[in-house]
Write a protein that binds this ligand. Structure first.
Ligand code: GAR
Length: 196
């Protein structure tokens, strides 16, 4: 089976990245993780990926200052050089310009810790608690120009329980993120395999 080549973009600890790498080890999984790019040199996920024998690259945004486009051009060049077919954002905490979004339209996905369109942005777990919601969860969506927008590929719900704290709730959502992301990436990889 020819597997679809995936790059993962991270900024931090990379637990979703690790979940995708683990899922892709299955012989029947339709995608392979061939590249991890971080915009921060101290992103914890880099060491995890390297330990799995996956190529890693650090393309820091800071040296580019306000020139987001130049930073993204460098990322795009690296993705193309590696023959990437799908880009998975996994805790990549940069707002993208239309350049990168359009270059990867239909082939760039993101995971977000809320049931979009509810609670876009940051601190979703705390905001879910403050709003007194009964349900919370996570969403995988195609990346489009609007932040945390784009067609939804899948969602997983968790109940908010009495006594939940930001820590307890985020831990339960994260468990669901790992399963959901692996499932949605596989689904997208299958559609790409069929159409190419
Ligand atoms: C995850 O909860 C992910 O959904 C969130 O950042 C965390 C990264 O954790 N992403 C966003 O908030 C994007 N808007 P991880 O590095 O352990 O995967």
């Amino acid at each position: 089976m020819t597997k679809v080549k995936v790059a993962i973009l991270i900024s931090g600890r990379g637990s979703n990245m690790a979940a995708l790498i683990a899922a892709a080890k299955d012989r029947a999984y339709p995608a392979q993780i061939v590249l991890v790019i971080a915009n921060l040199a101290d992103a914890g996920g880099l060491a995890l990926a390297a330990a799995q024998g996956i190529e890693t690259a650090v393309i820091e945004h800071a040296p580019f200052g306000k020139d987001r486009l130049a930073h993204e051009r460098m990322i795009d060049a690296k993705l193309r050089q590696a023959g990437i077919e799908i880009v998975a954002l996994a805790g990549y905490m940069r707002v993208l310009t239309p350049f990168l979004v359009e270059a990867w339209a239909g082939r760039m996905i993101n995971i977000h810790p809320s049931l979009l369109p509810a609670l876009p942005g940051l601190h979703t777990h705390q905001r879910a608690l403050e709003a007194g919601l009964e349900k919370h969860g996570c969403t995988v969506h195609l990346v489009t120009a609007g932040v945390d927008e784009g067609p939804i590929l899948g969602q997983a719900k968790v109940d908010i329980l009495p006594g939940d704290t930001e820590a307890s709730l985020s831990a339960r959502v994260l468990e669901e993120e790992h399963k959901l992301y692996a499932r949605c990436l596989a689904d997208l990889a299958k559609t790409i395999t069929k159409t190419s």
